[in-house]
Write a protein of this length. Sequence first.
Lengths: 298, 298
Amino acid sequence: MELRHLRYFQAVAEERHFGRAADRLHMAQPPLSQQIRRLEEELGVTLLRRSTRKVELTAAGDAYLGRVRGILAAVDEAGEEAHRIDAGLEGRLVVGCVGSATYSLLPALARALREELPGVDFAFRGEMLVPDLADALRSGVIDLALLRPPLDDAALSLRLLRRERLIVALPEGHRLASRERVRLADLEQEELVVHAGRGRSVMYDAVVQLCRGAGFEPRVRHEVAETSTLVTFVAAGLGVALVPEPVAALGVAGATYRPLVGRHARVDLAAATRADDDAAALARTLEVLEAQVAAGAR
Amino acid sequence: MELRHLRYFQAVAEERHFGRAADRLHMAQPPLSQQIRRLEEELGVTLLRRSTRKVELTAAGDAYLGRVRGILAAVDEAGEEAHRIDAGLEGRLVVGCVGSATYSLLPALARALREELPGVDFAFRGEMLVPDLADALRSGVIDLALLRPPLDDAALSLRLLRRERLIVALPEGHRLASRERVRLADLEQEELVVHAGRGRSVMYDAVVQLCRGAGFEPRVRHEVAETSTLVTFVAAGLGVALVPEPVAALGVAGATYRPLVGRHARVDLAAATRADDDAAALARTLEVLEAQVAAGAR
DNA sequence: TAAAAATACTCCATAGGTATTTTAT
DNA sequence: ATAAAATACCTATGGAGTATTTTTA
C-alpha cells in the first residue's frame, strides 16, 4: 500500500463520485477505479458501495476515511516539523554553564534566546563543573556548555567567547577595599573563599596557580559549590575571593569588588558543543550567544 | 511522497546503514539510496548525515523518524480496524425501541448483545413512538428499531420478529381478576389506561380499534408515556389496560394480568433498519436478536 | 586500503492514459 | 436512455537491479 491509495480513497470518499474525484486528482477515472480496487483487495475490506448512480461509504470505509485523513495530515505535519527543526526554529536545547557564569552571562543569554527563538524549548543548568559539563555534552544530556578552558576532547567543539578579567571580592570595610586596585601579592595573608572542586574546578585551579605564580601558597579556607554562596561568604567576612569580572553583577550587601592587577589575571569563557551536532537550533543559539557577548552582555 | 519513502527511511534510520537496511527491505542498496535522496529533496531537509563509516540522523531526521513510526503504525491500525468493522466485531450501534417492548425484550437483548459482541459500542433508547423511531432511523440517530408495524417506507427494511398476544392488566381485587380469561366485551364498562399518542402510538390505536371491533367505544381515561407508568396506574386502581403479553415481566405490586380472548387480540413486533445499512455489526446484531426471539426471550 | 555510499546505466513492472463495455436507475 | 463505473488494452514513467566509481576514516 502507498500513500497514493490513501489520497485516492480520500478523494473518492469525499466526492462520492469517481469522475469528480479523478478530476480533483488530475487523472483519468479508470486508473483511479483500479487503484481503489487494489486498496480494497489489499485490505480485504469493501470500503465503497458503488452503483452507477451513487457511491457510498461502507461502515468500514467511513472509519477508514477518518483514519486516512489523520494519516495524510500527519504526513504533512511531519514534513513541516522537519522543516522547522532544519531551520532552527523548533527544537529542544539544554544549556549547561559553569558556576562563575551562572549569574552573569546565563540570565542575559536565556532572556535573549527566549526572545529570538521562541519555538525552541530551552532548559538551563547552572553551577556545573567543566568535567561534568563535558560528560553531559558527550552523553547528550546537554547540547551547549558555557565553560572555561582548557578542555581537550576531539568529540567536542570549543569556541572562545571572551577573556574575563579577574576581580577581587572583598567584605566592605576590608583593608584592601580602600585601594583602587589590588595586586595578587596583597592576598598572601588573606584567607580565600573559592569554588569547590580542586582539579575539577577551573576557577579553583586558576586561583591556586595565580597565587603560586605570585610566589605564595594560597590559604584556601572555604570551598563553596555556588557562586552566590561564595559572594555571600565574602560579604559575611569569611574571606576574600577571586572571581571573573562579570560576577560583579551579583550585588550582595556587604560585598564589594576591586580590579586585580596582573598579566595573567584572566580566565577564558568558551562555548562547547558536540562536534557532530548539526542541529540548526544550536547554530542559531550560538549566533545569539555570540551577539550577546559582542554586545557586552554581562 | 509515498509510504515507500517512509518505510525506507525508517529502515535506514534504524539500521544506520544503507546496506543492512536494503537487506532488511529485500532490495539492493543503490535504489534505496536514491529513494532516501528523493525523500530528502522533496522535504527540502537533510534527514541523514552519511559518511562511508557511519550514517547518523540529523535533529530533523530524528524527529521525522518518530513521526514516521507513528504514521506507519497508524496505517496498519487503520487497516485492522476496517477489518474488525467489516467483520462486525467493532462499531457503534444505537437501538431504539417502542414503549411496550422497553421492559421485556430490550433488557434481554441488551444483555445478550453485550455478551456476544463486546467490541460493539451499543446504546439503547426505549419508550419511543413508531414515527419517531422511523425518523431516527432515517436520519441515522439510531441504527435498529424494535417497533410495531405497520410501517411503510422503502428506505427502511422491516422484519417481523413475532406476534405478541394481548393481555389485560388489572388492579388486584378487580372484579375481572377472578376470571381465568377476559373477553373484550368485559371491558366496555371499564376505564382504560393507554399508551399516549393517538394516531402515533400503535398500542393506542390498536386498543381503540379492538374495542370498536368488539362493538363499543373505549373509555380512554388516562394516557401515559411510559409502560412502567401504565402498569403503575393500573395497580393504583386508576383503570385497566391492554398490553402485549411480555409486559407481564414487569411485576408491579397491586397489578395482575389475565389473558385476553379474541382472534385479533395480538400486536406484531418487528425489527427495522435502514435498507441500505450494510454495517456488519448490524447484521450480527440482527442474528443475536433473532436468536433471542427464537429462544423465547421476554 | 577497505568498506560503504553514490553514480551510471539498464530493464521492466505498473501507474496512468484511451477506448470501450457493462450496469443500474 | 443515460450517466457512471468497470474492463481491456496500451504507453511510458520511474522504481529497482547490476556494474562501477567515489569517498573517508
